[in-house]
Design a protein around this ligand. Sequence first.
Ligand SMILES: [Zn+2]
Length: 331
Amino acid sequence: MQKSIQILIKRLIHITNRKIILPFYHTVSNTPLHFIGNLYAVRDVKTFERDLDFFSRFYEPVSINQLYEIVQKGKFIRKPVFHISFDDGLKEFYSIVAPILKRKGIPATVFVNNNFIDNKDLFYRYKIGLIVKELNSIQNKTLLDELGKILSVSFIDNNHLEKVLLSMTYKDIQKIEDIAKIIGLDFKEYLKNNKPYLSSNEIKDLIKQGFAIGSHSLDHPFFKHIKSKQQQDQIVKSFNDLEERFNIQERYFSFPFGDERVNAELLSWLHKQENCKLSFGISGLKEDISRFHMHRIPMEKSLKIARSIIRHQYVYFIMKSFLGKNKVKRK
Ligand SMILES: [Zn+2]
């Protein structure tokens, strides 16, 4: 790395005084994962390792418990730190990511959805990913009309259909199932054959290896689309299940799809009543209303290398600070 870039990164950290970065991913794979569709730009092993080398060069790796300690004590940290996490509990964390992290001595947290452990079900966005992939190979007017009936839209072509499919939400799960049936896509079969998620045994082994497991809700709804009672249910049941199945007592939560419109009351309940030590959104370097609710940096919006993503985050942070927009506001 050029000397001038190294100096720049160090200066950016110093000027902003943002000494904690929390990069997060979903998976790492050298082969395409069809269910991901165009949701994330999945990194290959080589790019991921380069990311890790970049983080380790400027930041000290810390475990999530160490991160909590820093936050709780308001500890002054001389050397900047990073904690890396993975959402959705995909199997590559076990087979690909964990061995790399172990070799490099980097701790990490995996945020899992209880209902998907052991490949019992598939996240609805991944279902849509598979449907879109399947439809790419089918061009059929009668089929378009049939699907149009379910969705109450008259489709012009596959692109139109794809656009509508990608805009579907948690509430449309039944429709997504109906569409899959019509095009002959069997999710249970897909789960059985491909096992995209971690198994209970793999999770137990990861815990033994020292990795942390946090909650990412039961089945990945966008919290802004569900009522507050359901939000609480998704959290309580998920934590209880993690404790029952894996004896996980340290509670950490990452909001599925991020924390858009999550209100102050829920955050306060989560930290105080539910004893959740830290919760996470995805707004990069921003601060929030509670120091126990932190923001992570999405690493899979593009295949850009870590250096350029992190540099951009700092520059963006500086620009926003002039406008006083570096703190998330909540109702
Ligand atoms: Zn997720």
